[in-house]
Design a protein around this ligand. Structure first.
Ligand SMILES: Cc1ncc(COP(=O)(O)O)c(C=O)c1O
Length: 317
């Protein structure tokens, strides 16, 4: 099963700031792999879809918020690969549907709403049983595609860049929500490389524990890894801009200017915060002269429509 219609291009960023810091800056444009199923989403879904096919499931069921990149990508991937899809959405139904959910419905996804309290039970056997009883035999993918299959897919992300460029990067930077993507990347790197994650949630330091347990779970499973131990990794927690899906004028302006100067569109929820963080750290001398940085563009651009809808002032910038 292959969906990589376009190999993700590696784009050099010619920025004064990077030049001044003596650092080479590249972006791995996972956002360009496919119009709908792109970014880290494809990598997190790939082995989930393969397992569902192998086990002869015809329906995928997954979870997400009303603006979820994962819901969007699962609806499209399900449609492309011949699965029925059910999206369990957190909260009440709001009509008209926002752009994310109307896209999901166009792709054939059935939407089901759970109030926040029930939604919190989404990973419990009781809710799973309830869902299996309500919808029949469904292959359940956790919210965000964040399971060991998701990690496995993410171990393939950086490999996509290396053969093209033959380039050894010192630091691989990625935006971080659940840290599934970071864990996959850290497992795929050579020991002398370092993965740096930028949590988009407030107080993201708690993720360190999650990362350790995800790494242990993966390494004690029988899933393949290029190496037996992860490369070093680090959390940089100062660029959340107030928390998940929170934006301010500074971030919006940065994002717009970065796109204009370098032709790289950023999503406000994830990649804009990571790119902002990297550019800021470059100015603070965080990296060494001669370092080579790879910034992973994890997609998520569909979510901008929702943010713009919610924060009308964005449209005016
Ligand atoms: C566009 C985008 N970037 C980054 C992330 C963070 O990924 P993770 O939850 O694996 O840390 C997500 C969430 O999946 C996302 O949608």
């Amino acid at each position: 099963m292959s969906l990589i219609f376009f190999p993700p291009p590696l784009q050099q960023i010619n920025s004064e700031i990077a030049h001044h810091a003596g650092v080479d800056l590249y972006v791995l444009r996972l956002d360009l792999m496919h119009p709908w199923v792109n970014g880290n989403k494809w990598f997190k879904l790939k082995y989930n879809l393969l397992e569902a096919k192998e086990k002869n499931f015809t329906t995928l069921l997954t979870f997400g918020g009303a603006y979820s990149n994962h819901i969007y990508a699962t609806a499209a991937a399900g449609n492309l690969f011949g699965f029925r899809t059910i999206g369990v959405i957190r909260g009440e139904e709001k009509l008209p549907l926002n752009p994310t959910l109307s896209f999901a419905v166009q792709q054939g996804m059935q939407l089901v709403y759970l109030n926040r309290e029930m939604y919190r039970q989404r990973n419990t056997p009781a809710l799973e049983e309830y869902l299996q009883q309500s919808f029949g035999e469904v292959f359940i993918i956790p919210e965000g595609g964040s399971n060991l299959n998701g990690v496995r897919g993410c171990t393939e992300i950086v490999d996509n860049a290396m053969p093209t460029a033959g380039y050894a990067f010192d630091h691989i930077c990625v935006a971080c929500g659940t840290a599934t993507t970071l864990v996959g990347i850290a497992l795929s790197l050579h020991q002398k490389q370092r993965a740096i994650a930028f949590p988009v949630l407030k107080n993201g330091a708690f993720l360190a524990q999650e990362i350790e347990s995800l790494l242990t779970n993966y390494l004690t499973s029988d899933l393949p890894t290029p190496y037996n131990s992860p490369a070093s990794w680090e959390l940089v927690c100062d660029y959340h801009f107030g928390g998940y899906a929170k934006v301010n004028d500074e971030l919006l302006l940065f994002s717009q200017q970065f796109t204009q100067e370098h032709g790289v569109p950023l999503d406000y929820v994830y990649t804009a915060k990571m790119f902002y963080g990297v550019m800021d750290l470059l100015q603070q001398g965080f990296f060494c002269k001669g370092d080579r940085l790879l910034l992973v563009h994890t997609g998520g651009l569909q979510g901008n429509a929702g943010i713009e809808e919610r924060f009308q002032r964005v449209a005016k910038i």
